[in-house]
Write a protein that binds this ligand. Structure first.
Ligand code: WTA
Length: 662
C-alpha cells in the first residue's frame, strides 16, 4: 500500500520486520504498574491478590472473604461487602476535592459539545435517580436503556446504579424487534430512549423504532422516558401514554438528592444481552462489587489511567466495551472520559484525530476494524493533527494483524506509545489477556500473556495444554472478579454454555470456555484465532449466525438458510448467507432485497448480509448437520477441505458457481 512506500524506506523496512517492541523508558517511569513482580505477587497470593482491585473502591461495609467457591461454578466475590457503583463513580470524587474535574466530554456529530464536571454529573445522576423513583422504579427492577451516544445514557446508567435498579442497555443500532426481544426476556417495565441522533449529517428517527419495539412487548410497560436530542430537527412524534420527556422530568426534580442504595457486592449491577450459539440472545449478569473492582483495576493497570488523564474509547456504550471502559472503569478512577456521537469519516476522515488534538487525549482505545479503515484511507489524515499528547493506545474486539498494529504504532502513536491488544468478552466483564504496558514486551498480532491472576491457557480437545506454536482452545481455569455470574434466570444454560466443554465437574475442576481458538508461543503469549462457535464478528460486533438465519427464514418464500462469516478487509468478517427458496419463488434481486430487509428488521443494519447466494441444497453431513466450514471456505474463495463426509457432495460445486456469479 502507498503508505508503506512513502516516508523513509529504511525505517519502514525495519518496522515491517520487527517482531517485538518495548515501551519507552519515559512510559515505564510514569506507568501505574511497571514491576514484573506483579505476576508472581498475584500467583503467590491468589485469590487474596484481588483485594488490590477491591481497594480501588470505597466500600460501605468491608467484605470479609475475597472468593466464595463453595458452589462452583457460581462463584461469589467480596460477597458480604456492600457498596454503590454510582457513589464510587461520582460522589466520592466530588467529596474528595475533584468536583470541578471534568467527568465527561461529549462531542456531537455536528461539533456541538457538552462538558460534565463530576459535580454536574452528581447533580444530573441524582435528579434522574429521583425521577426514576418517582416513575415507580424500585430496587432490582430492570430498566432498559435504548439510547445512542448521548450523555444522558451514562447519566441514566449511573442513576439506575444509584437506586439499585439493574440496567439493560440495548445498542441503538439494533432493530425494534431486537429491543422487544430483550425487554421481554428481562420482563423490563421501564424504558429510557431518545427521539433520534445524527448519522453522517442526517437525523435518524430512533423514537419510531422504540415505539414499534414497545408495541411488541408482551407485558405492561409502566414508563418510558424520551430524551430530546434532535430539537427542531425531530420527527414530531407525540409522547404516548406513560411516556415522559427527559427535560421535563429533570426540571421537576431539580436539586433533588437520592442517597445511594447500599448494594451487596453480589447484587446485579446490569444485564447485557449478547449473541451465542442459539437464536436467543443471552442475558449476561454482572454484579456490583466484582465487576466494578475488575473494570477499575484493568483501567488502572492496562489502560494506565490517572485521574488527570483525558481518555477516549471510541466504542459505543451499547456494547460491553463502552460499559466497562467508557463508563464504569474510567469514572471509578475519576478520569475524564470522552464520548463522541458520530462516525470516524464524517464530515471527513480526519474527524477522530481532530478530536484527539482538540481534547489533548492521553489514552485512546479502539477496534482493529477502525484501524484497518484508517490504514485504507491513508496516513495523511492523522498527519494533519497534533497527536503528541497520546501516551498509550489500545485495541479490542477482534484480532489485529501485525501490519495494522504497526500502522497504528507508527501513524497514531508516533512510535512512542505502547499498544495494548486486549482480549476479553461481554462475559468476562473486563480485560483478560493483554500485556501490561509498563511491564511487557509487545508482539504485534499477539494479545500477550494472561493478566496477573488470570488462569488463561490454550488446550487441546482433551484439556491438555498445547505445545508452543500449536492451535487449540482458549480456556480459563480460575475464576476472576469481573466474570459473569450467570445468564439471567437461566443457570442451566450458564453451566451448559460456558462450563460443560472443558470442566471435570466430578473432580471439582471447573474450566470456563470462552469459545475462542488460540495459540501460544514459548513466552506464553497468546494469539487469538477467533470464535469456534457460531458467532461472527462483524466490525467488532458480535452476532449469532443462528439469529441471522432465523431472521432470513422469517422472510416469505425462504425455506432454509445458513449463515457464515467470510473474511472482509475492513470489517474483519462479513455475513454470507446461503438460502434455499420454497417452490415457486425465484432467486432474483427483489428476493435478495427482501432478505436483507428482513435481517435489518429483525436485528439491525450491522447484521445485513454482504452476499446472498441462492442454492437448491445446503451441504450437509449424513446426520443432517449443515457443514458450515465448507460454506466458510466457499465464502473466502479458499480451496475446499474434506467433502467426503457429505451426504450431497455434488451441491458444493453448484454453490461455488452460484457464489462466483454474484
Ligand atoms: C473477540 C468484546 C482477538 C473474541 C470486548 C471474543 C478478540 C469476542 C479480542 C468477544 C482481541 C475480543 N483479539 N479477538 N483483542 N477481543 N475478541 O463479547 O472472539 O462483544 O470472544 O466483547 O471478541 O466479543 P464481545
Amino acid at each position: 500500500m502507498a503508505d508503506d512506500e512513502s516516508g523513509d524506506g529504511q525505517l519502514e523496512a525495519r518496522l515491517a520486520e520487527q517482531e517485538a517492541f518495548e515501551p519507552s523508558d519515559d512510559f515505564v517511569e510514569q506507568a501505574n504498574v511497571s514491576d514484573a513482580s506483579i505476576y508472581d505477587e498475584f500467583a503467590d497470593n491468589w485469590p487474596a491478590c484481588w483485594t488490590r482491585a477491591a481497594d480501588l473502591l470505597d466500600w460501605d461495609e468491608e467484605y470479609t472473604q475475597v472468593l466464595d467457591d463453595s458452589e462452583e461454578p457460581f462463584y461469589e466475590w467480596f460477597a458480604d461487602g456492600t457498596l454503590n457503583a454510582s457513589y464510587n463513580c461520582v460522589d466520592r470524587h466530588v467529596e474528595n476535592g475533584a468536583k470541578n474535574r471534568v467527568a465527561i466530554k461529549w462531542e456531537g456529530e455536528h461539533g456541538e459539545t457538552r462538558t460534565y464536571t463530576y459535580q454536574d454529573l452528581f447533580r444530573e445522576v441524582n435528579e434522574f435517580a429521583a425521577a426514576l423513583r418517582d416513575l415507580g422504579v424500585e430496587e432490582d427492577d430492570v430498566v432498559t436503556l435504548y439510547m445512542p451516544m448521548v450523555p444522558e445514557l451514562p447519566v441514566a446508567m449511573l442513576a439506575c446504579a444509584r437506586i439499585g435498579a439493574p440496567h439493560s442497555v440495548v445498542f441503538a443500532g439494533f432493530s425494534a424487534e431486537a429491543l422487544a426481544t430483550r425487554m421481554n426476556a428481562a420482563e423490563s417495565r421501564y424504558l429510557v430512549t431518545c427521539d433520534g441522533y445524527y448519522r453522517r449529517g442526517d437525523p435518524l428517527d430512533h423514537q419510531a423504532k422504540a415505539n414499534e419495539g414497545l408495541s411488541n412487548v408482551d407485558h405492561e410497560v409502566d414508563a418510558t422516558v424520551v430524551v430530546d436530542r434532535l430539537g427542531d430537527n425531530g420527527f414530531g412524534h407525540d409522547l404516548q401514554r406513560n411516556q415522559h420527556d427527559w427535560d421535563s422530568l429533570m426540571s421537576a426534580h431539580q436539586g433533588d438528592r437520592v442517597d445511594p442504595v447500599e448494594r451487596g457486592a453480589e447484587d446485579m449491577l446490569f444485564l447485557m444481552y449478547t449473541s451465542g450459539t442459539t437464536g436467543k440472545p443471552k442475558g449476561v449478569k454482572h454484579t456490583t462489587g466484582g465487576y466494578l473492582a475488575y473494570t477499575a483495576w484493568t483501567s488502572h493497570s492496562v489502560l494506565d489511567l490517572e485521574p488527570e488523564d483525558t481518555y477516549w474509547c471510541s466504542a459505543d456504550i451499547g456494547w460491553i466495551t463502552g460499559h466497562s471502559y467508557i463508563v464504569y472503569g474510567p469514572l471509578a478512577l475519576g478520569t475524564t472520559t470522552v464520548m463522541y456521537e458520530g462516525t470516524p469519516d464524517y464530515p471527513d476522515r480526519g474527524r477522530l484525530w481532530e478530536l484527539v488534538e482538540k481534547y489533548a487525549v492521553d489514552v485512546f482505545y479502539t477496534a482493529p476494524t477502525a484501524i484497518r479503515a484508517f490504514m485504507k484511507w491513508g496516513p495523511e489524515y492523522p498527519a494533519e493533527y497534533d497527536l503528541s499528547t497520546l501516551r498509550l493506545l489500545g485495541t479490542v474486539g477482534e484480532p489485529i494483524n501485525p501490519r495494522a498494529w504497526k500502522w497504528y504504532y507508527k501513524h497514531i502513536g508516533g512510535e512512542e506509545c505502547p499498544i495494548v491488544d486486549t482480549w476479553w468478552q461481554t462475559e468476562t466483564g473486563g480485560m483478560m489477556v493483554s500485556t501490561l504496558p509498563g511491564v511487557g514486551t509487545m508482539k504485534p498480532g499477539s494479545a500477550g500473556p494472561p493478566l496477573p491472576g488470570i488462569g488463561a491457557h490454550v488446550v487441546d480437545t482433551g484439556g491438555d495444554e498445547v505445545e508452543a506454536g500449536q492451535a487449540g482452545y482458549l480456556t480459563v481455569d480460575r475464576p476472576w472478579p469481573g466474570m459473569l455470574r450467570t445468564l439471567y434466570r437461566n443457570d442451566e444454560r450458564f453451566v451448559d454454555e460456558y462450563w460443560q466443554t472443558h470442566s471435570d465437574a466430578d473432580a471439582g475442576e471447573w474450566v470456563y470456555f470462552p469459545e475462542d481458538g488460540a495459540k501460544i508461543d514459548d513466552d506464553g503469549y497468546i494469539t487469538i484465532l477467533g470464535r469456534v462457535d457460531d458467532v461472527v464478528n462483524v466490525s467488532g460486533h458480535r452476532l449469532g449466525t443462528m439469529e441471522i438465519e432465523s431472521a432470513i427464514v422469517g422472510v416469505e418464500g425462504v425455506a432454509e438458510a445458513a449463515v457464515v462469516g467470510g473474511d472482509h478487509d475492513i470489517k474483519g468478517e462479513a455475513v454470507y448467507a446461503y438460502v434455499i427458496l420454497e417452490d415457486g419463488y425465484g432467486g432474483d434481486d427483489e428476493m435478495r432485497d427482501r432478505i436483507v430487509a428482513g435481517v435489518d428488521d429483525a436485528i439491525g443494519p450491522i447484521a445485513k448480509p454482504e452476499s446472498v447466494t441462492f442454492t437448491p441444497e445446503l451441504p450437509k453431513t449424513r446426520s443432517g448437520k449443515i457443514m458450515r466450514r465448507l460454506l466458510e471456505e466457499i465464502a473466502n474463495g479458499e480451496e475446499l477441505g474434506d467433502t467426503t463426509t457429505l451426504r450431497n457432495p455434488e451441491v458444493v460445486s453448484d454453490i461455488q458457481e452460484q457464489a462466483s456469479g454474484d
